[in-house]
Design a binder for this molecule. Structure first.
Ligand code: 3PG
Ligand code: MG
Length: 397
């Protein structure tokens, strides 16, 4: 893997694709700086060695050209704060003004370009657009792990315009890739994958892949109810993908054939409606009364999962166990985080990925208690599903 460690950036103007697709609140303040913070080691190495930097990113999914709501101008203050120096801003990524600003950069200076997705050419992977972007620097770094599953102009095509001595992966990419490889290819056993979230359909491929690697697969979150129903349980009005019942049965059978232990919750916290102050009680997960829905795994399940997690040497967590955003239904997710932290403390390697599980880890201030917190959601899943990502391959090819 060719990384930033193989290069010196003295006198270079480095064009870096970062993933600064961060959440903003109604006042356009950044509410989670994780992705910006994660980029600092890459930026600091270049600045310390005497280079200058042009940053490019997308923000959100603008549909029709420029929109104030999706302007990266909103994050300039946060990037400057994190970096500890002012960051310049170009109000368009390929305008004359943008080129003037990038070509005038002095050693140690940083410029952020406006949202790449204001041009539809970005998502189309347009070559001419990519070539225009490439003019901003004489060296290209891809450090946008969160977007590395997208074959867009700035993440893959632009790499064509730099030769092998002038492009590499940054520290975020390198860290993410080696962390996934550690889990998928060098896992100390037992390896336990904890998969949650709302839908089975989102997680079929990853569960199938993980069956080739993991000893234990723990299921939680809304998708658990599709499995329970597929096994003949009564799930009341819990979330269920009726059209995926066969898929769920199929996954259970495959796990059995491969000798992988797949754990489905045995009890749930159920509620009479989807609200934090709904009436709630514990129930066996396969006999939820009509009119009630499961919103979290129950205490018996958490206890069982705790045993499995604590006896694991490698842990991958993607997807919450319940509706952890509501305090009434966060116990299962919090318990899983605690179990993972405990296992990590006694030597297990733990990788947490996917927007919601990362949000949970942050909610409980536990990022320092696990081995690695990924900046990718979809990217992490696709890496596991396919064994590579377009944004990584573009640099390696
Ligand atoms: C993300 O947050 O998922 C990445 O930044 C990619 O964004 P996208 O899903 O809109 O391509
Ligand atoms: Mg996404």
């Amino acid at each position: 893997m060719k990384t930033i460690n193989n290069f010196n950036f003295s006198g270079k103007r480095v064009l870096i694709r970062v993933d600064f697709n961060v959440p903003l609140n109604e006042q356009f303040n950044v509410t989670d700086r994780t992705r910006i913070h994660a980029a600092l080691p890459t930026l600091k190495k270049i600045l310390n060695e005497g280079g200058s930097i042009v940053l490019m990113s997308h923000l959100g999914r603008p549909k029709d050209g420029p929109a104030d709501k999706y302007s990266l101008k909103h994050i300039v203050k946060t990037v400057s704060e994190e970096l500890g120096q002012p960051v310049k801003f170009a109000g368009d990524c390929i305008s004359e003004e943008a080129y003037q600003l990038s070509s005038a950069l002095k050693t140690g200076e940083v410029l952020l370009l406006e949202n790449l997705r204001f041009y539809k050419e970005e998502e189309k992977g347009d070559e001419t657009f990519a070539q225009k972007l490439s003019r901003h620097g004489n060296f290209y770094i891809n450090d946008a792990f969160g977007t590395a599953h997208r074959a867009h102009a700035s993440t893959t095509i632009v790499a064509k315009f730099f030769n092998n001595e002038h492009k590499c992966l940054g520290y975020v990419m390198a860290g993410e890739v080696s962390s996934i490889n550690k889990v998928l290819n060098n896992a100390e056993k037992p390896f336990t994958a904890i998969i949650g979230g709302a839908k089975v359909s989102d997680k079929i491929l990853i569960i199938e892949q993980l069956m080739n690697k993991a000893n234990n697969i723990i299921i939680g979150g809304g998708m658990a109810f599709t499995f329970v129903k597929a096994m003949g349980g009564q799930i009341g009005k819990s979330l269920c993908e009726e059209e995926r019942l066969d898929t769920a049965r199929d996954l259970l059978q495959k796990a059995k054939n491969k000798g992988v232990n797949i754990y489905i919750p045995t009890d749930a916290v159920i509620a009479d409606n989807f609200s934090n102050d709904a009436n709630k009680k514990n129930s066996a997960i396969n006999s939820i009364p009509d009119g009630w829905m499961g919103l979290d795994i129950g205490p018996e399940t958490s206890k069982k999962y705790d045993e499995v997690i604590r006896s694991s040497k490698t842990i991958l967590w993607n997807g919450p166990m319940g509706v952890f955003e509501m305090s009434s239904f966060e116990q299962g997710t919090k318990a899983a985080a605690d179990s993972i932290a405990a296992a990590t403390k006694t030597g297990a390697y733990s990788l947490i990925g996917g927007g919601d599980s990362v949000a949970a880890i942050n909610k409980y201030n536990m990022a320092a208690e696990v081995s690695y917190v990924s900046t990718g959601g979809g990217a992490l899943l696709e890496y596991i599903e396919n064994g590579s990502l377009p944004g990584v391959k573009a640099i390696e090819d």
